[in-house]
Write a protein that binds this ligand. Structure first.
Ligand code: AHG
Ligand code: MN
Ligand code: MN
Length: 331
């Protein structure tokens, strides 16, 4: 006879978790929960595309460039399309900002949510089967539903995010998100096609032994950044850098560490985009007990002036971010 202890517990599905939180927080509406479920669904579709990637003739460049003038991989385009499709279906979103779209995508002006996203983060990793991710950030619009979406709605500070998350497509696929009440992580069970709560109430270690930065640009960094990198080396911290912020951040979130993409000669704002890379990751990091700055200012307090604007980013274990901030302040 099958005994209860022989049956593996499956845990809580993302759906059930979202539903239970919805009851806990009356401010979080049913529509909002539906939006999170739709994002998770799009993540599953991307996950499937990525897993089939080696088998299909969709590898390599798409022959187009995005708004940053960077080559778009075919999967960048596919992921962008899938997410726009999923978010359009929720019927709750008035506008989408995407790394891959020069202009704001306007949906239903009667709705109240705005989503900013990086549909595929670390896309140079796709061809080499290294982890990539998706980043999303959700805001409530400031202007009244029914009117046109304005720059004021789009260019909100990160502190006003109502939710943010990422999906990491790695050795397993995980969705990690926050609605401002802690961070929870869910792992995809591929045969069931459901995300299960695997990492409840995630907390980043206060200190860590890993630093993640593109050291190939060392000669272009300012003296403060060089000083910090040298101090990491002197302490023989582990250098780990994959070329995907989501991947490097996720590892640091679990094990402790710092990721940084500094300003560098020729690009005082660094490389990463404030709205759909720095802000959502910073919201998650802070909710897990970490910190995120541009070297001097808290990322979430930066007033955006352009939806594709860049910002330096120092993010991770609080002691490590504080340490680099002290060095940067001497500038
Ligand atoms: P994306 O693939 O969305 O353009 O983002 C890549 C970002 C970030 O995820 C990564 O850490 C960094 O750019 C890598 O840049 P370098 O190759 O300059 O190190
Ligand atoms: Mn990115
Ligand atoms: Mn991208």
């Amino acid at each position: 006879m099958l005994r209860k202890k022989d049956i593996e517990p499956m845990g809580i599905t993302l759906d059930r978790f979202i539903k239970s939180r919805q009851d806990e927080f009356p401010g979080v509406s049913g529509e909002f929960s539906q939006m999170l479920r739709d994002i998770a669904f799009a993540g599953k579709v991307i996950n499937r595309e990525l897993n089939r990637f080696g088998l299909l003739d969709i590898q390599g460049g798409h022959g187009t460039t995005n708004v940053q003038g960077e080559d778009q991989q075919k999967l960048d385009v596919i992921a962008n399309y899938r997410f726009i499709q999923a978010l359009s279906n929720t019927g709750e979103i008035c506008a989408i900002v995407s790394e891959e779209e020069e202009e704001v995508i306007e949906l239903d002006r009667n709705k109240k949510y705005i989503v900013a996203m990086d549909p595929l983060d670390g896309s140079s990793n796709i061809d080499v089967t290294v982890s990539v991710g998706t980043i999303f950030s959700i805001y409530r619009r400031i202007t009244q539903p029914g009117t046109a979406v304005t720059a004021q709605d789009i260019l909100q500070k990160g502190v006003y995010q109502v939710a943010a998350g990422y999906i990491i497509y790695g050795s397993s696929t995980m969705l990690v998100y926050t609605t401002g009440a802690g961070v929870n992580g869910f792992t995809l069970e591929p045969s069931l096609g459901d995300f299960f709560l695997s990492h409840p109430k995630m907390v980043i270690p206060p200190d860590g032994g890993t630093y993640s930065v593109n050291e190939g640009l060392f000669s272009k960094y300012n003296s403060e950044v060089k000083t910090y990198i040298k101090s990491c080396k002197e302490r023989e911290l582990k250098a780990r850098y994959t070329g995907s912020l989501v991947t490097d951040f996720h590892r640091n979130l679990l094990k402790g560490g710092i990721y940084f993409y500094p300003q560098y000669e020729g690009e005082v704002r660094g490389k990463l985009r404030l709205l759909y890379e720095c802000n959502p990751m910073s919201f998650i990091c802070e909710q897990a007990g970490g910190r995120a700055t541009d070297g001097l200012r808290r990322i979430l307090e930066i007033e955006p002036s352009d939806m594709h604007q860049r910002s330096p980013l120092y993010i991770g274990s609080p002691q490590m971010v504080d340490e680099v901030s002290v060095i940067m302040a001497k500038n």
